[in-house]
Design a binder for this molecule. Structure first.
Ligand code: FES
Length: 106
């Protein structure tokens, strides 16, 4: 019998999506659901650390802050992952320390 400590990934967590978008997080290529927030995308990649993380999910705590580039812009911009829709081609260069993603930050 197989056993895992990972909580099951509940499909109801996610807004309906048809495909995964491709982006880069700290140098790693990842795929996360389209039409969902980036924080949901991080949860998709690392259900335990994000589900049990210290996140308000509504733009108040700033614990989900990240820095990113896209389209050749010279300077990083910053945003809140719970308020930002995942999209193709994002290059995420830095994450708030509360954002722990298995396989990326640990
Ligand atoms: S999770 Fe609190 S601001 Fe995004």
């Amino acid at each position: 019998m197989s056993h895992t400590d990972e909580p099951a990934l509940d499909p109801d967590l996610f807004a309906p999506y048809g495909r995964l978008v491709e982006l880069e997080v700290l140098g790693r290529a990842v795929r996360v659901p389209e039409r969902n927030s980036l924080l949901r995308g991080f949860q998709y990649l690392s259900v335990e650390t994000i589900s049990y993380g210290d996140f308000c999910w509504n733009g108040d705590c700033t614990n989900c802050q990240f820095w990113y580039r896209e389209g050749g812009q010279p300077q990083d911009k910053t945003a809140l992952a719970c308020r930002f829709e995942a999209r193709d081609g994002l290059v995420i260069t830095r994450l708030a320390p509360q954002v722990r993603i298995k396989g990326v930050t640990e």
